[in-house]
Write a protein that binds this ligand. Structure first.
Ligand code: MG
Length: 314
């Protein structure tokens, strides 16, 4: 068995492939995050937040710039029509890239007040856009533009697909960060990375019940993540949770029990399943992109969109 794994529960042994090591695909980023796999185009997109760019990694290898400047883009996902949805620190907004390549701002204010710096985003099957809004993009000029917060806290938001209304769905977290729905969309997992700026702050995953498909209720902490803190996460096709941590990616049962870890030599920010068979976990970690084949598959949805115009990184 590869030393890239740590088996905590024997079940985890069946999730990994003993002869499939962690691959170090690319480096040279300053802080890599926000991976999304684009199945129809057979490539991965991910953000390099301080370097103000989104990068593109085709299945066949190589790397190119997909978008620069990216307005310090962070989290990326796709909606049910295959359009790219992106969190931007620089514009303090969530945007949608239309099929013709134009960019539409979906949300940048709560009433008249600017958002902090949207960090990570998921889209429910009904088209609603759920995202987190911690202040990491306005605390310094490194990952955005330093500015005061105009809100009273850091919230989880839901954007209605019909009328564009923005609602606060959770206001009980310190620094809400990555998020993912369970496969049946009855549970929303949200990472709280409050420990980044307060040693006594939270470093856990919360689970909320999704009521009527649009509100959150019954919050509970399902797992403390250590070392470090949870940033991003994904849920596989049988509801096991893959969550970033200071030492790599942790695999948790749906109720939060630690089953095992993939050890990554850099602080890990996020992960997503991809590849033609959806059995390859792409991992963003500080300066690098890693990948590992697993005996698991991801759930990411429809992929009908093709990307235009990219170039070689400078
Ligand atoms: Mg994040």
């Amino acid at each position: 068995m590869s030393s890239d794994f740590e088996i905590v529960d024997a079940l985890f042994r069946s999730f990994v492939l003993g002869n499939a090591p962690l691959e170090h695909l690319h480096t040279g980023m300053r802080w890599a995050e926000g991976p999304v796999y684009v199945a129809d185009a057979r490539h991965l997109l991910f953000s390099d937040v301080p370097n103000d760019r989104i990068l593109r990694v085709p299945d066949e290898g190589g790397i190119s710039v997909f978008r620069q400047p990216s307005n310090h883009a962070n989290g990326n996902t796709r909606d049910p029509r295959g359009r790219l949805i992106t969190c931007e620190h620089g514009t303090r907004s969530v945007t949608r890239t239309e099929l013709d390549g134009t960019v539409t701002v979906l949300a940048d204010r709560l009433d008249s007040r600017r958002l902090n710096s949207p960090n990570d985003v998921v889209v429910k099957s009904d088209g609603s856009v759920w995202f987190t809004d911690p202040p990491y993009g306005i605390l310094s000029d490194y990952e955005g533009d330093r500015a005061p917060s105009e809100l009273d806290g850091c919230y989880v938001f839901r954007l209605d697909p019909e009328d564009g209304r923005l609602e606060v769905v959770a206001d009980d977290m310190v620094k809400p960060n990555g998020l993912a729905f369970s496969t049946d969309e009855t549970v929303l997992y949200v990472a709280d990375s409050g420990a980044t700026h307060d040693p006594d702050g939270p470093h856990h995953l919360r689970a909320y019940e999704v009521r009527d498909g649009r509100t959150l209720t019954r919050p509970r902490v399902v797992a403390d993540i250590s070392p470090g803190f949870p940033d991003g996460l994904t849920v596989d096709s049988e509801d096991y949770i893959w969550c970033s941590a200071g030492d790599g990616v942790h695999c948790l049962s749906p109720d939060g029990a630690l089953l095992g870890r993939i050890r990554v030599p850099e602080t890990t920010s996020n992960c997503t399943f991809g590849g033609p068979k959806r059995n390859r976990l792409f991992i963003t970690a500080t300066t690098s992109l890693y990948a590992i084949y697993l005996n698991r598959t991801g759930t990411e949805g429809l992929n009908t969109w093709r990307v235009r115009g990219d170039r070689t990184p400078s």
